[in-house]
Design a protein around this ligand. Structure first.
Ligand SMILES: [Zn+2]
Ligand SMILES: [Zn+2]
Length: 464
């Protein structure tokens, strides 16, 4: 039976330049009884190169989350034609009943290039005689094996559920082809993809749920490893003091909080505005290595010096094939008790990981006490007696020609191995005096990063 439009409307408005990342407009839509499809489209009517984000809350709730009225968000994609029924929804949106009551469309200008723009919102409601099935969420599997080893993953990627160009099925195919064993899906401000990953996974790839929380200002952060049905609100800024509440929500949902690309572009080279204390990890390397990643590694290293322990991770922030963001470049390689959700998340939490530019590169770092013979690996702590001698062992494969391998501690660069290529086993002896941590970087001949480890921690013990 042909669906019947029972109600439609066109609403118009204007955003000023100062509204960018500052203003949310809610447009209430009264839904009568018996509606089976909700359609909407937001259009910028008078200028190009601007971005209008759009979201939707149903009759349940609109207040700051955690809430259960969230029905979707299309960040970075203006003019997307949205359709929601109880059976299915346009990517970025959550299927379900179109219940009677007051719904709210949310409009947010996230980029205005000139003096502002005019917008138009089209909404139509339908009744159809067709019998629709209930939507049943199919989250991905959380466990593949308990084999303790290193696993390669991309921790930050987008698909058509936000501003990526590939479908979920295509992203899985591309990730497998890139040699990854796990991926973390992080669409902007929506969990819609997470409800469907079980349709696309199999035992050759672990897919973990995440969300890139994209609040006002440039303070992006990732919730990774969360439950599929968890949605993290983003409608607050650093000055609100609300971030703690959402970090707690992430942890309760089994996940970790990651600061994303803290130095995002050359216009906003400022320290991250949210307090760093509540984050578990920092994305020190986002996409192809550039000066902003250099700043981020330096920022992280200064935290380590102060004893602020955060795991360094790297990820592609993949949206499409372009020069800046190539899938799996870089990737984070994690020592996990198995290819499963809790193992991977604990590995990241405990800093048992390194970042590699690509799948060809693998490395190991260990520090052992010459006296006690105790040994520690990446993320571990080595207990040593005062003024002990330590042996550092670096094992790396896949090194590009004429690279340098640096050992870096809280005191600065301890040693540089020059002209390293291919496969290498490098050893170095070092005093434990005032040594708090030791980490390794592999850099190319042009000094750009090829790989870096998280630190091994050194703790001095007193022997009576
Ligand atoms: Zn981001
Ligand atoms: Zn992103």
């Amino acid at each position: 039976m042909k669906p019947a439009i029972v109600w439609d409307t066109v609403i118009t408005g204007h955003f000023k330049k100062q509204d960018v990342r500052n203003k949310i407009v809610y447009i209430p839509i009264n839904i009568p009884v018996g509606i089976t499809a909700f359609n909407m489209q937001a259009i910028i009517t008078d200028s190009a190169n601007n971005v209008l984000d759009i979201g939707l809350f149903d009759e349940k709730e609109i207040d700051l989350g955690p809430i259960n009225g969230f029905r979707g968000w299309a960040g970075g994609v203006s003019s997307k034609q949205v359709r929601i029924t109880k059976e299915e929804a346009t990517p970025s949106y959550i299927p379900g009943l179109i219940n009677e009551g007051l719904w709210n469309v949310m409009l947010v200008p996230t980029s205005i290039k000139k003096e502002g723009f005019n917008w138009q919102l089209n909404v139509s409601l339908e009744k159809t005689g067709n019998v629709l099935k209930d939507f049943i969420a199919k989250p991905s599997r959380e466990w593949i094996n308990n084999k303790q080893e290193w696993y390669r993953g991309d921790l930050h990627m987008h698909d058509v559920n936000s501003d990526g160009v590939f479908t979920q099925a295509e992203l899985v195919k591309l990730s497998k082809a890139a040699g990854l064993q796990f991926i973390i899906s992080t669409n902007h401000n929506t969990n819609s993809a997470n409800l469907n990953w079980g349709k696309y996974d199999d035992n050759s790839i672990l897919i973990l749920n995440g969300e890139e929380i994209t609040p006002f200002q440039e303070n992006h952060w990732n919730a990774i490893g969360i439950n599929a049905d968890t949605w993290i609100d983003w409608r607050y800024d650093a000055a609100s003091g609300l971030i703690d509440k959402y970090q707690e929500q992430v942890r309760k949902a089994g996940g970790l909080c990651v600061i994303n690309h803290p130095f995002y572009n050359n216009d906003s080279i400022v320290d991250y505005r949210f307090p760093v204390e509540g984050f578990d990890a920092i994305e020190v390397w986002n996409g192809t290595w550039d000066i902003n990643d250099e700043y981020a590694v330096d920022w992280w290293n200064n935290m380590l010096k102060k004893g602020l322990v955060k795991t360094a991770i790297g990820a592609s922030d993949f949206h499409r094939h372009d020069g800046k963001n190539v899938l799996a470049h870089p990737q984070t390689v994690i020592y996990s008790k198995g290819l499963n959700r809790s193992g991977i998340i604990n590995g990241i939490k405990n800093g048992k990981c390194y970042i590699a530019e690509n799948t060809n590169l693998s490395m190991g770092l260990s520090v052992s006490s010459l006296r006690s013979k105790l040994s520690a690996k990446i993320g571990d702590t080595l207990s040593v007696r005062k003024k002990g001698r330590l042996l550092v062992n670096c094992e790396i494969t896949g090194i590009l020609d004429s690279s340098t391998v640096s050992l870096i501690s809280n005191k600065g660069i301890e040693h540089i191995f020059n002209n390293v290529s291919g496969e290498a086993v490098l050893k170095y002896r070092i005093s434990s005096k005032k040594l708090q941590y030791l980490r390794m970087e592999v850099r190319k001949a042009n000094l750009s990063m090829q790989a870096l480890t998280n630190p091994i921690w050194i703790r001095e013990i007193r022997v009576l």
